[in-house]
Write a protein that binds this ligand. Structure first.
Ligand code: SF4
Ligand code: SF4
Length: 413
């Protein structure tokens, strides 16, 4: 395993981090705990020392399983990263309550890397007004967290605003060879690194879409490479090639993939790709772009939309759906991110057809017309699914509150 250094602290982190958002599942759809624990411990035994989870992954089960996996001496070998869900925070006291609950669930007295989960500009400003920066300071001071950071899914301008707003130790961005100009992108990666932040990478393979079964024309390009590598290995090596990258997170749940990733992580140093290999990956990227429905580069010049549409975000999901129509997770992610499940709604159907965005788009995309297409293709069941899921989350939170109230009463008795 290769290790990379966190600039502010000198902490040495494994180049490969274990992401606990896609743990192996049972036939009935729950987490296969035994197998997940075995996989996490196997990764630790082979050098992984950074493990990423969040309350929302597997509806709370991910943190629980990780807590169990780290019992029996494994906790001391790793850094835990978990996140504060901003959509569950309504007042300052919620932040302490959620963090204290996470410490219990994870069976630890501190979180090594604590992130504000899935920020964009607006959610950050709301959290800032609620006192989140003071919360991070005090949680660091009393030792409940060691490093403060944020994960991000917004525009480049928003990203820079957040980076500049606090002395962050690290951030987590979506980055892969298709997303160089999407969200924070390469410019955001370099910006954060230049300000001394460690940068953790999520979605290095776009949720697995750049690995496994790839479109036929893409496979032909990979076959031309003199060195034979899987699409997953090419994708991971491209990310690790960047010196600004600290940890690459992979949401692993298959023993063969875990061993493949561990093997590549022991060899993929910064700058290890040749110019010919970078050019080959560039051709694959161009082919993916040719196959996509909308030529959006994610530059963000069309933003902000007065109606609240996340224009580049909607196009990114629409393109992912066009490339991988068999992948149901793409639509699920669209609903999660843009349908109002995790914060404000920002979906295509909010578009009021004002045309402001189209005037600003350097690609001259007919954005208002495209928004109608995106809405039709991606939002079929959204009005039914979102209220049901919100209702489910409300019930889970309600049960938690009742439990807390009963336990509180008992401890006062
Ligand atoms: S046309 Fe639609 S997407 Fe574009 S700025 Fe107006 S409301 Fe927003
Ligand atoms: S301005 Fe055009 S290319 Fe840039 S993010 Fe908006 S739609 Fe995409």
């Amino acid at each position: 395993m290769l290790y990379r250094t966190v600039p502010r602290t000198g902490d040495k982190l494994s180049a490969l981090g274990f992401g606990c958002m896609r743990l192996p599942s049972t036939r009935t759809g729950g987490v296969d705990e035994e197998r997940a624990i075995r996989q996490i411990r196997h990764a630790i035994d082979n050098g992984v020392n950074y493990i990423d989870t969040a309350p929302v992954y597997h509806f709370g089960k991910s943190e629980q399983v990780l807590g169990k996996a780290l019992a029996g001496g494994f906790r001391e070998k790793v850094r835990i990263a978990t996140k504060l869900p901003h959509w569950e925070v309504f007042e300052r006291a919620d932040m302490d309550r959620i963090l204290d609950g996470q410490l219990k669930t994870l069976q630890t007295d501190h979180i090594d890397y604590y992130l504000l989960h899935s920020l964009a500009g607006k959610s950050f400003r709301i959290m800032k007004d609620l006192g989140v920066l003071e919360f991070l300071d005090s949680a660091k001071k009393d030792g409940r967290i060691r490093n403060a950071g944020f994960s991000f899914h917004g525009s480049l301008d928003d990203f820079k605003e957040i980076v500049d707003a606090y002395t962050w130790d690290f951030c987590q961005i979506q980055y892969n060879y298709l997303d160089e100009k999407n969200q924070a992108g390469t410019e955001g990666l370099k910006y954060a690194a230049a300000k001394g932040l460690a940068v953790m990478i999520m979605e290095p393979l776009r949720g697995g879409n750049l690995a496994g079964r790839v479109p036929e024309s893409i496979r032909k390009i990979w076959d031309e490479a003199p060195v034979k590598r899987s699409p997953a290995e090419w994708g991971l090596r491209w990310v690790w090639d960047h010196p600004e990258v600290t940890v690459v997170l992979s949401g692993m749940n298959d023993e063969v993939h875990i061993d493949e990733n561990l093997c590549v992580a022991g060899d993929a140093a910064c700058g290890s790709l040749s110019d010919e290999e970078r050019a080959l990956i560039g051709r694959v990227r161009d082919e993916y772009r040719r196959l996509m429905k909308v030529g959006c580069t994610g530059c963000g010049y069309c933003m902000p939309c007065p109606a609240g549409v996340d224009i580049p975000g909607c196009f990114a999901s629409y393109n992912a759906h066009a490339l991988f129509p068999h992948d149901r997770e793409v639509k699920f992610q669209y609903v999660g991110r843009h349908g109002g499940l995790m914060g404000e709604k920002s979906c295509a159907s909010l578009c009021r057809q004002c045309g402001k965005c189209a005037k600003a788009c350097p690609q001259h995309l007919p954005i208002p017309d495209l928004m109608k297409e995106v809405s039709k293709e991606m939002e079929g069941m959204m009005d039914i699914v979102v209220p049901i899921m919100k209702g489910g989350l409300w019930c889970i939170n309600r049960v938690k509150r009742v439990k807390r109230a009963i336990l509180g009463e008992k401890s006062h008795a």
